[in-house]
Design a protein around this ligand. Sequence first.
Ligand SMILES: Cc1ncc(C[n+]2csc(CCOP(=O)(O)OP(=O)(O)O)c2C)c(N)n1
Ligand SMILES: [Mg+2]
Length: 564
Amino acid sequence: MRKGAQIVLDCLRAEGVDLVFGYPGGAIMPLYDALEGSGVRHILTRHEQGAVFAAEGYARVTGKTGVAIATSGPGATNLVTGIADAKMDSVPLVCLTGQVRSPLIGSDAFQETDVFGMTLSMTKWSRLVKTIDEIPAVLAEGFYWARSGRPGPVVIDLPTDLLKASIDFKGPVQFTPHARTADAKAEPAFTDTVIALLQKAKKPVALVGAGAKLSGAIDDLRRLLDRLNIPTFATVHGLGAIHPDAPYYLGMVGMHGTRAANMALHENDLLLVFGARLDDRVTGDPSRFAPDSKIVHFEIDPGQLDRVRACELPVIGDLAETIPAFHAELNHAQLPDWSQWRSIACGPDRAELDPRGLAQPTIRFLDEVFSRLPKNNVIVADVGQHQMWAAQRFHADSPRGFVTSGGLGAMGFALPAAIGIQLAQPETTVLCVSGDGGFQMNIQELATVRRLGLPVKMIIIDNQYLGMVRQWQQLFYQRNYAETDLSDNPDFVEISKAYRIHAQRLNEDQMREYPVSQETANEIDRFLQSPEPELLVFDCHPEANVYPMVPAGAALSEMLYEEE
Ligand SMILES: Cc1ncc(C[n+]2csc(CCOP(=O)(O)OP(=O)(O)O)c2C)c(N)n1
Ligand SMILES: [Mg+2]
């Protein structure tokens, strides 16, 4: 005989889970009671949002399914932002929530919330477990959906009486999807059509998104793009998919993308999209997006097609299958000479302007830190100006080397995500870049960092503002800085010390000479190489802005640059 709680943990082990993140409470107590000896290590965060973001961080760098656990009611509602985040960014995540006793469901019992209903529009799949017997099948199916196809979040709600009850348990089961739910597949003839389109194209380009790395098709994609040798750019989640030194690579595209990437995306006549959904941060004004372009969309999720406008050719399926199939046929094809187009798109006229203006010291600071990072590293950025500066300046060369909340843009993501990443990769230098606003959204996780002794390297870009919002207020709301002033920030160095984490401050003056002084370089090296958790606060000019910028509602070619 095994209790429901033990069965849940047995099923987690059967799914290969050995690390979970969570926070206990009444309804989920039976699961916590069964943890010891289960083979599942539990990480106690200091807020359920910390747990779900940590589980996401773990999942984003390993590709494995992250697991977050919370109690009913307030515990479950605290998970919601993370669930929405995992949906937007295609992160495999299983959330286990305690629920009130089965007979009380629907009675407004103490700490009862309808987590199933509440998260219905943001989960890939969810269940309220009704009987103890169905626990193994529900867990197996939940894990299957979290990681299959386009990955995403799953919620499994577990009434406390079922966790406490016992049955004669025969062992975990496997889930096999019904044949008709198998993923849609591209017509094999698609290769001929893409090749015909390429042969007619004068200005072809490639856009790489998160799907490229989720499919595990990076090596195939890099080989394909080497063969095509066409101007190529990446979404924020595609950063690292293409080697930053590839001669045809133009960097990040979109609202704060590079000049070269945005111009090439605007001017092309054939756009090959590899696993990106053409979000409005990438396209600019959809009605003026890439006006001459025909779109070939390699995508696993048919729901992501035709969002901006109808594509010429959808290539539905796992990129790990469709890319090699396409490349094999391409080997027999004659392709036009695109060298003239390449020299315009990748040429010196499109090169990025050197950083100038008020953001220059901050950008130099980030450059200095990034250039001194040990080789084996992951950057996790929060949300705001610092996120975009980090995305622009960090030249990730591994597909899971730059982690951020891109689709949802959830402030407070970075610190807990860094915890999950560091636990997944103890040998890696995990650098967490946050703003003064976002850091305060999950600052309590400093306690988790301390408790676990994780050597996470934390940077706060302290501009005393909700900077990204202030930038929009400056540019589009006549400098009406309504409720974005954070000049009463606490002293982050002192706060960090209270958590028994070493902290220090660097200021803009230390970045005025470049390269920086030996003393400053040594401080940065010490920060990066310390075996302990470390916080480094950088005092950024309050009115520094992120450029280039495609204003909301503008076309990609209408970028704004830093004023002198
Ligand atoms: C949870 C959440 N609330 C509000 C926002 C809207 N928002 C986007 S960026 C930003 C400012 C972030 O400020 P800070 O963390 O200091 O970073 P900065 O832009 O100054 O670098 C805000 C409020 C958000 N993205 N997420
Ligand atoms: Mg700020």
